[in-house]
Design a protein around this ligand. Structure first.
Ligand code: 5GP
Ligand code: MN
Length: 354
């Protein structure tokens, strides 16, 4: 039996909001990863099972290696389907937000969310959520938002045996697997395996999920990885730090697709004595970001990873206006790649010092 971690009043309030809703919109974060898609789609399957009309809206495209997920085919992408997303949100009588703690993490969709008068439920695992939701299920100790979705549903239905259908369980498992690197970090946490046990019992084929997510490279993506490691990785041994950065021109050379950079930041941590890794990639400022780009046509997306008790979220918050978890964080820089790299090089030594 998985222990309930939530306040019973919050659970009954969420149950009441769901009970009285007819149409629900689910939102998750920019550049959706396995946990974003897993938590959002799991909520979709759950709520559909409760007889609701449900739509999932994401700010921008999700990677091809998540397209197999049950329900992914109906996900609305705000960047390219704005009218459809707006109408879904305007007619929803409940919004459920998963895997983000501030409206800033969903780009221009954030303003739309804040303008909605319907109640909002937040299910997340990032520290210090902004107070934009009516009911909050935040559990930063948890490695994935998808696990919190499992706990949330379990708390609403403590005795129901068939509440976790196969599509629902598969989505939860996918998020748990991806946010722990297939249970290789943030994963010394016994209850997580009890949950995995239950999901496998429902019928989740964990080996097939692994294959779909991790063994699904295109040749271009694999070559991009080789290029990063052979030609682009810089090692700063004294500070146990690695840096890889890619310009748009380099990405173009490898026919870059959304999601192709996923995991590149983790690779240098396989080198012994490298405990901090930073990956930067140049991107175009899109129409919805012009207002915050300060005249820049390019933005740099920064990802950082670390091992053990070496936080990278403070670096990302202080230097790149971002944040995240202790060992997995990110940020953004509106400007050119050279300046972002210089900013990194001028500052990392103060942070990456143990
Ligand atoms: P990734 O490197 O996979 O893009 O992001 C890793 C984690 O860093 C995310 O789960 C999220 O918590 C955080 N993160 C990434 N980008 C940003 C950002 O621009 N701002 C903030 N606040 N957090 C970010
Ligand atoms: Mn997550």
């Amino acid at each position: 039996m998985i222990s309930s971690i939530f306040d019973s009043k919050a659970i009954s309030e969420a149950g009441r909001l769901i009970g009285s809703a007819r149409s629900v919109v689910i939102l998750t974060h920019m550049s959706p990863d396995g946990d974003a898609m897993g938590s959002a789609l799991a909520m979709k399957h759950y709520l559909m099972g409760q007889g609701k009309q449900v739509g999932v809206v994401v700010p921008n495209a999700f990677p091809a290696f998540l397209a197999w997920m049950p329900g992914a085919e109906d996900v609305i992408i705000y960047e390219s389907q704005k009218a459809e997303a707006d109408s879904l949100m305007e007619t929803a009588d409940l919004a459920v937000c998963t895997d983000f703690n501030t409206p800033k993490r969903i780009g221009s969709l954030g303003d739309k969310l804040l303008s909605l008068s319907c109640p909002k439920i937040l299910i997340d695992h990032h520290l210090f959520p902004d107070s934009f939701a009516n009911v909050v299920f935040s559990f930063p100790q948890s490695p994935s938002a998808s696990e919190i979705v499992y706990r949330f549903i379990r708390s609403l239905h403590p005795l129901k045996t068939d509440v976790f259908t196969l599509p629902l369980a598969t989505c939860i498992y996918t998020g748990m697997m991806t946010d722990t690197g297939n249970f290789s970090f943030n994963s010394n946490y016994p209850e997580m395996y009890e949950i995995v046990g239950e999901l496998v019992r429902v019928g989740v084929d964990k080996d097939a999920v692994y294959n779909s997510v991790f063994n699904s490279y295109t040749a271009d993506r694999m070559r991009l990885m080789g290029y990063c490691l052979y030609s682009k990785m810089q090692i700063f041994a004294e500070h146990h730090t690695a840096l890889i950065y890619l310009s748009r021109k380099e990405l173009y050379r490898f026919n870059f697709q959304s999601g192709d950079a996923e995991g590149l930041v983790n690779l240098p941590l396989q080198i012994s004595d490298i405990y901090y890794s930073c990956f930067m990639r140049e991107d175009k400022v899109n129409a919805t970001e012009v207002a915050i780009a300060g005249g820049s046509k390019t933005k740099i997306k920064i990802s950082m990873r670390s091992q053990g008790d070496r936080p990278v979220n403070t670096f990302c918050a202080d230097i790149f206006n971002g944040g995240g978890h202790k060992n997995a964080s990110g940020g953004e820089y509106y400007g050119n790649l050279k300046d972002a790299v210089a900013l990194f090089l001028n500052n990392y030594k103060h942070y990456n010092n143990k």
